[in-house]
Design a protein around this ligand. Structure first.
Ligand code: ADP
Length: 190
């Protein structure tokens, strides 16, 4: 089973991915993790991606599509994957459709973890206020930018999947276990 988890930064995609890995044996494909690995390895891709990621902007579509395409060619993905943090633009969603059909893979569910953005911003602002100092404020600023980037560049993929009839939404303001149960119910029905 192959699924996409969608949602803004702070929605809990990583937490729910971890649970799906341990409970269902799916493989997590996080483009954020893969890019951070490239940065750590100081590869050519990593060197170019670092400044973009530090600002909270999006790395170019071609780069992440190539990374995902290569990763899907590895055998461990055959048992099922969670796309976490990908696709993040409509162009990436279109490219993923092509990749999946070329590789003979199905998409079983697209799950949006929906959260109240005001609550996320308040959480971020609180966190910055509590820790104090310029650096925490910088981080809050970057997180706010990531929310703007999400709204402008990533949110348009929600209607993209809605029109295909593939989208399911869960309430991400509920507790971790309640969100996990909602996702489990969707996957059991898929
Ligand atoms: P989050 O903390 O929201 O889960 P990620 O770890 O998924 O964030 O991503 C961290 C950064 O990596 C993003 O802000 C962006 O710069 C880059 N990135 C990750 N995935 C993608 C993608 N699919 N397209 C473009 N950039 C990406």
């Amino acid at each position: 089973m192959n699924i996409i988890l969608l949602g803004p930064p702070g929605a809990g995609k990583g937490t729910q991915s971890d649970l799906l890995v341990s409970r269902r044996g799916l493989i997590q494909l996080s483009t954020g993790d893969m890019l951070r690995a490239a940065v750590a390895a100081q590869s050519e891709v990593g060197l170019r991606a670092k400044a973009i990621m530090d600002r909270g902007d999006l790395v170019s579509d071609n780069v992440v599509i190539d990374i995902i395409s290569d990763r899907l060619d590895q055998d461990d993905t055959k048992t099922g994957v969670i796309f976490d943090g990908f696709p993040r633009t409509v162009a990436q969603a279109e490219a993923l459709d092509q990749l999946l059909s070329k590789k003979g893979m199905a998409l079983d569910a697209v799950i949006e973890i929906s959260v109240n953005e005001d609550a996320l911003v308040a959480r971020i602002a609180n966190r910055a206020g509590e820790s104090g100092g310029a650096r925490a404020d910088d981080n809050a600023e970057i997180l706010r930018n990531r929310l703007v980037v999400y709204r402008e560049q990533t949110a348009p993929i929600i209607p993209y999947y809605q029109e295909k009839g593939a989208l399911k939404t869960v309430d991400g303001m509920a507790s971790v276990e309640v969100v996990a149960a909602s996702i489990a119910a969707i996957l059991d029905a898929a």
